[in-house]
Design a protein around this ligand. Structure first.
Ligand code: ACO
Length: 402
């Protein structure tokens, strides 16, 4: 048992909140989230409106600079990004060093971190606003190039260079899928669907990866190192990695005869580590508003592209069964953003192990906005306390007496 009186005298009073379930780490004016009502707004704008009416670059501007851009600001921002899409040729040497079976998330985080070496100006914690802005633009510009290259490394194809005549998503798709010997035309339906998906992923207040970005940044590490850390945090299956796990789970259910109920029972069994991937959320105790939009988009995109994917039916069956099951109802477990997103990615031709990379591509402006806010607020270094439960003082025992 913890001796609170002793603890208090040794360390001062410490609140213990494992997993930060009720502890705020910062104030923020970027993203509003009401988990009980299922509401998500970026800088006050409803996610539903942004997903329908805006573009990803516009939303990136909104998150980072706080306002929707004017036409002029939008054009300037787009031009700046376009001017920085090319990456230093030596970064390809780093890419070449990865084995072809390297998970693209590991490749992406490494390449992003390497920008600290290629742009050492980013190491200056007192960099001017102009220099910080340059780092921000470089990140947004180069991330699609790295993401596409991580995929090319995986499939063993030569990398493609950016095509600055294309918009953000079309350029990314071309770098992903174009082959030297073939003509490649970006499908505007695919580019539009991808753009909306990126918007839906663009920020989500103090989740695991965002808190990671802020805490790494609070030590005054470079923005590239901070974002790279965020990518690593996102990778895990309980966070962004869930989108890959969802499709793998749905595939497994399909291969096992398509019995959704069997897997629902497995998820409820406390002796079985299996969880229904894409279900549940730390903050949402209602429908994740992003999941609602993505579910509808999955139907639309598959229809428009003429794709029939049996796992979409399994997903819907699973959702229906879970929403009518007392275990899920009692715990307020609803589909989250990852439940249907993989089905769209798949229809767009994006391979499963690139799903979390797609999430990272979308989340980038949010991470940047949060890093910038942390820096502008002059927040102190993040340094959580602990409640020590180890041995009290012990006398050293020499090796021959152990
Ligand atoms: N399947 C089955 N049971 C679940 C699930 C699930 N997907 N999620 C939560 N539960 C149960 C837990 O076993 C627990 O039950 P208990 O009260 O009987 O012990 C209860 O619901 C509460 O769950 P916690 O794990 O305490 O909730 P927490 O807020 O810590 O975790 C999390 C949230 C990690 C998202 C969890 O719901 C989960 O593991 N979901 C599956 C993975 C997933 O989809 N992650 C993506 C989240 S969205 C994102 O990061 C982008």
């Amino acid at each position: 048992a913890i001796d609170i009186a002793k603890l208090r005298s040794a360390t001062g009073l410490i609140t213990l909140d494992s997993g930060f379930k009720n502890t705020g780490s910062t104030t923020s004016s970027i993203t509003f989230l009401d988990g009980e009502e299922g509401v998500l707004r970026y800088r006050g704008y409803r996610i539903e409106d942004l997903a329908e009416k805006s573009s990803f670059i516009e939303v990136a501007y909104l998150l980072i600079y706080g306002e929707l851009p004017t036409q002029q600001q939008y054009e300037d921002f787009t031009r700046e990004i376009t001017m920085h899409t090319l990456v230093h040729e030596d970064i390809k040497k780093i890419l070449d060093g990865f084995p072809s079976n390297a998970h693209p998330m590991g490749v992406l985080s490494s390449l992003i971190c390497s920008l600290s070496a290629f742009y050492p100006d980013s190491l200056n914690p007192n960099a001017s606003a102009e220099d910080v802005n340059l780092s921000i633009v470089r990140l947004i510009a180069k991330m699609p190039t790295f993401a596409a290259w991580a995929y090319k490394n995986k499939v063993g194809h030569p990398v493609n260079y950016p095509d600055n005549s294309l918009d953000y998503c079309s350029n990314f798709l071309k770098m992903m899928f174009a082959l030297p010997a073939e003509r490649y035309e970006v499908d505007p339906i695919v580019a539009k669907a991808l753009d909306a998906l990126l918007i839906l992923h663009a920020d989500h207040e103090q989740n695991c990866s965002t808190s990671t970005v802020r805490i790494v940044g609070s030590s005054q590490a470079s923005i590239y190192a901070s974002i790279s850390a965020g990518i690593n945090a996102l990778w895990g299956p309980l966070h962004g990695g869930a989108n890959q796990s969802v499709i793998e789970m749905l595939e497994a259910i399909k291969a096992d005869g398509g019995d959704a109920k069997k897997y629902l029972d497995k998820a409820k069994d406390k002796n079985d580590p299996f969880r229904l991937m894409g279900f549940g959320h730390r903050v949402y105790k209602n429908f994740d508003p992003r999941a609602k939009i993505i579910k509808k988009a999955a139907d639309d995109v598959l229809n428009k592209l003429g794709v029939k994917d049996p796992v979409l039916d399994i997903a819907k069956e699973l959702e229906y069964a879970a929403l009518n099951d007392q275990y899920f109802v009692d715990r307020k477990l609803y589909p989250n953003v990852d439940f249907y997103s993989g089905i769209i990615y798949r229809a767009l031709g994006i391979p499963t192990d690139m799903f979390t990379v797609m999430f990272a591509l979308g989340r980038l402006p949010g991470w940047i906005a949060q890093w910038k806010e942390m820096r502008e607020n002059g927040e102190p270094i993040g340094r959580p306390r602990q409640v020590y439960t180890g041995a009290t003082e012990r006398d050293y025992v020499s090796m021959n007496k152990r």
